[in-house]
Ligand binder design. Structure first.
Ligand code: MRU
Length: 355
């Protein structure tokens, strides 16, 4: 049973965590309610975590990676198995359910695989339970540390007075805390630079207006919300100095998979000579696959035909709702990671920096 608890306050948003392993359960901000309501929900079953990922209660590649890992830790706690064979079978069944939630962000699979490897290396069920609980907390803490490192490295690419175009939400809400693309902006602001963020609404799920504008406003970082249709206009009028976006997966051949609309930003940035930088932790790199092997998630048609439950399209109209797109490496200036900035040629340098 999920225990929907009211939020306290958001006064200390900067340090609040999106996903928390606490007292043997998972606590997460319900992002479907933002910006109207700020509320933590608590889950104690892997199926609840899977449903939260599917319905985007928690979303953003690093956040779903950590949430899924916590889902595996919950499975370990609930298991009644007494031998390792039975225990690992139960865990594998929860892992399969969690893996089936969303196909594109590689962090999801990274988080689950890391937990399964931990479970397999434990000598007994009792020790495995303890190890998985500690690993869940470790992954939560590591995420914030990694983003802060990445932020420091990326902030060097931003100049005082820059206007930075982003896409979707690659902020504190897309991670455990601090953010990737918005972590770069946060560090630049902490360093005393004046940086403004241009935030496309990011139809159809509106992560830009609902989440990015919300968290930037909370932190007092200047931002301008624009309709997605204004991106070309803003870039062509010289109102964007740099593009900094997040990533759901970066394949071994240097393709960036990120929220739908990222590719058009990259094409427009290239056309107008604006640098384009994805920011991503090493857990977002997929050295096993190339771009043509990746599944792009197609989400439900109602995200497009309705806005907050109100129909805005004729009944029965044909709809396509791809949630992500792929940007080829020739449109990417460099990639910001916690291990350094990866420059061109991306395919070769990714292998050198990410192991
Ligand atoms: O569908 P979402 O909201 O999970 O998509 C999120 C994005 O596309 C983010 O840009 C990406 O996960 C990077 S988050 C640091």
């Amino acid at each position: 049973m999920s225990d929907r608890r009211p939020a306290s306050t958001v006064d200390d948003f900067f340090t609040l965590r999106t996903v928390v392993w606490e007292g043997g359960s998972v606590k997460m901000i319900d992002q479907t309610l933002l910006p109207g309501k700020f509320r933590y929900v608590r889950f104690s079953r892997p199926a609840e975590v899977a449903q939260a990922i599917r319905t985007m209660v928690v979303r953003g590649a690093p956040a779903i990676g950590v949430a899924a890992a916590m889902g595996v830790a919950l499975a370990a706690q609930r298991s009644r198995a007494t031998d390792m064979n039975g225990f690992l079978k139960e865990l594998e069944s929860s892992a399969a359910m969690l893996r089936s939630t969303r196909p594109t962000a590689v962090n999801l699979f990274w988080g689950i695989d890391r937990m399964m490897a931990k479970a397999k290396s434990a000598p007994s069920v009792r020790e495995a339970r303890g190890a998985l609980s500690s690993e869940a907390k470790r992954m939560e803490d590591e995420d914030v540390d990694t983003n802060k490192k990445l932020g420091r490295i990326g902030a060097a690419l931003l100049d005082d007075g820059d206007s930075v175009l982003t896409q979707c939400n690659a902020g504190a809400l897309a991670t455990v805390g601090y953010g990737t693309a918005l972590g770069v902006v946060r560090t630049a602001v902490e360093q005393g630079k004046v940086v403004k963020v241009i935030v496309p609404e990011t139809r159809p799920a509106l992560q830009g207006s609902r989440l990015t504008a919300f968290e930037l406003e909370r932190d007092g970082i200047p931002c301008t919300l624009i309709p997605d249709t204004a991106i070309g206009y803003m870039i062509s009028k010289g109102r964007v100095d740099k593009v900094v976006v997040g990533a759901d997966r970066i394949t071994r051949d240097g393709y960036l998979f990120n929220k739908i609309g990222t590719y058009q930003e990259a094409v427009l940035a290239d056309r107008h000579g604006v640098p384009f930088h994805p920011a991503a932790p090493s857990s977002t790199f997929d050295l096993r696959h190339s771009h043509d092997e990746i599944t792009i998630e197609e989400r439900g048609v109602r995200e497009v035909t309705e806005v907050r439950g109100r129909r805005i399209a004729p009944r029965g109209v044909s709809v396509a709702n791809p949630a992500f797109d792929a940007t080829p490496p020739d449109l990417i200036s460099s990639i910001i990671t916690e291990k350094g900035v990866i420059g061109r040629p991306l395919a070769r340098n990714i292998k050198k920096v990410i192991s």
